[in-house]
Design a protein around this ligand. Structure first.
Ligand code: MN
Length: 315
C-alpha cells in the first residue's frame, strides 16, 4: 500500500433509521444524520428524507436555534411560513434556506387538504459559534446554478449546485462555514468523476436509481437511503450507473465545535437548551410568531432529567 492510498480512507456505509415524526400521523422519515458515532459531516448535523410517500404534511409552528434548515423537495410542493413573515411554496429544484440565528419559528405544510405524493430531504447545518447568535433570516433560491460533471464513460452528468461550490460552480446561498451540497444526475450507462475537496469529509446518498461507487467497490455499496461517508483524503469519487441515478452529496470542513443537539435546537451547553425550552414554552418573542396559525404550535417535549452532553464523533 502506498502512502497516498493509506491517507485515503475507505468509504463507510451508514444506514438510515426510521423515525416517527411527532405530530404527523402516517408520516415516516428516514434519518441519516446524526449517526451515533458521527454527529456531523462538515457542519451538516441532520439529514432526513421523508418519502416517497402519499401523505398530508402538517408540521405546525415550531422553533429552531443555532442552525440553518435546508428544505429540498424531490416530489411535491411544500408551503413554508415563518416568523419573519415569509409565506412561500417550494418546488423541486428550488432551495429554501432558513437561518435561525438565536431563534426563529416556522411551519411546513403540503398543499391542499388531502394526501399528496411527497418526497423531500430536510437538512440542518450547525451555525458556527461566531454567527450562531445572529439575526434570523430566510432565503429562497428558485434558480440554482448547474454544473457539468466529467464522465469517464458514457455522457457527462448534470449537477444542481445547492450550496457552496461544486465542480467549479458556486451557489448563491449563504453559508457560514466551508461546505457543499449538490444533486447530481448520473446518466444511464455512464461513469462520472465527482470532484471532492481533499480536506473535507463528505456524505453521498442515492436518491433514486442504481449507482455504484469506486473506491468502495470491495466494500458494501450503499442502497437508496444509506449514506456513504468519506473521511477527508479524497480528491474525487467515481460513480457509475447502469439505468441512471440521482445522487445527493453533502460535505464540508470537519466542524471543530462540540454541539449539544436536542429536539429542534443546536447549542453548546445544556443550559442554553434549557433556556430555549423555557422561552419557547413561555411564548417568548425570541422565536417570533408564525402568522396564520392562531394559538396552534408544537410544544417542546419534556427536557431529559439528565444533563444534555455534546455529541462526540468516534470516526
Ligand atoms: Mn423545522
Amino acid at each position: 500500500m502506498t502512502s497516498s492510498e493509506r491517507s485515503r480512507p475507505d468509504p463507510v456505509v451508514l444506514e438510515a433509521r426510521d423515525v416517527p415524526l411527532g405530530g404527523i400521523r402516517s408520516m415516516s422519515v428516514r434519518r441519516s444524520l446524526p449517526q451515533r458515532d458521527l454527529p456531523t459531516i462538515g457542519a451538516w448535523c441532520f439529514l432526513d428524507r421523508f418519502g416517497p410517500q402519499s401523505t398530508r404534511m402538517r408540521v405546525e409552528p415550531h422553533p429552531h436555534m443555532g442552525l440553518q434548515t435546508v428544505t429540498w423537495p424531490l416530489t411535491g410542493e411544500v408551503r413554508h411560513r415563518d416568523s419573519i413573515g415569509n409565506d412561500v411554496t417550494l418546488r423541486p429544484g428550488q432551495l429554501n434556506l432558513m437561518t435561525s440565528g438565536r431563534g426563529i419559528a416556522h411551519s411546513e405544510y403540503s398543499l391542499g387538504d388531502g394526501e399528496v405524493e411527497l418526497d423531500a430531504l430536510q437538512l440542518w447545518i450547525a451555525l458556527p459559534d461566531a454567527t450562531r447568535n445572529s439575526d434570523r433570516a430566510f432565503e429562497r433560491h428558485e434558480f440554482l446554478p448547474h454544473a457539468e460533471v466529467r464522465a469517464t464513460a458514457g455522457i457527462a452528468g448534470h449537477a444542481t449546485v445547492v450550496m457552496g461550490t461544486f465542480a467549479g460552480v458556486t451557489s448563491p446561498a449563504t453559508t457560514h462555514t466551508p461546505l457543499v451540497a449538490a444533486q447530481v444526475g448520473v446518466p444511464s450507462g455512464s461513469s462520472l468523476d465527482l470532484p471532492l475537496n481533499r480536506e473535507w469529509e463528505h456524505g453521498l446518498m442515492i436518491l433514486d436509481g442504481d449507482a455504484a461507487f469506486e473506491p468502495g467497490a470491495a466494500s458494501p455499496q450503499p442502497t437508496p437511503g444509506d449514506l456513504l461517508y468519506l473521511a477527508p483524503g479524497h480528491d474525487s469519487i467515481a460513480v457509475s450507473s447502469q439505468w441512471g441515478a440521482r445522487i445527493f452529496i453533502i460535505g464540508g470542513e470537519p466542524l471543530a465545535e462540540d454541539l449539544v443537539m436536542w429536539w429542534n435546537f443546536v447549542g453548546r451547553s445544556h443550559d442554553e437548551i434549557a433556556l430555549a425550552w423555557e422561552e419557547w414554552q413561555g411564548g417568548s418573542p425570541r422565536f417570533g410568531e408564525v402568522p396564520g396559525h392562531g394559538d396552534v404550535r408544537i410544544p417542546a417535549p419534556p427536557l431529559p432529567t439528565v444533563r444534555l452532553l455534546p455529541r462526540r464523533r468516534a470516526r
